[in-house]
Write a protein of this length. Sequence first.
Length: 147
Amino acid sequence: MKILIKHFRLITFGLLSLGFSISNAQAADCSVKKVAGRWSFSEHGTYIPVPADNTKNLPFSEVGWFELEKDGTGGGAVFSSIQGVNIDGVLESFQVDINPDTCVGSATFIKDSSPRSIKFVLNSKQNEFQFISTSGDLTTIGTAKRD
């Protein structure tokens, strides 16, 4: 019984050590400086032109690119479709913030004079992120990859 308890403690200690090693190896250390560069993205979802009236939801999709500077600013271009109507646009007045411990971030920007914001999660290589739109008239999800 003592041998079994001793082995159990060794195995438990080993697994805990391995868990701490893995979590430390996966520790975030994310920053805007590390993800600066050119990115391409796509998103899709629903555009709600009249927020109080959910009966007028319209399909929305978008692709585009942006250049993120090391200070968290940037700009780019977008190509959108709302219920089949194509709209080209410009992204400007970027501001990106990233939690260095969790790699969760937020971005606010102006798209064709309208403010937008997203929440995102970076992958472990910091070369891709998934995001959701947190703007009032859009309910979207998307993916962005660094070029």
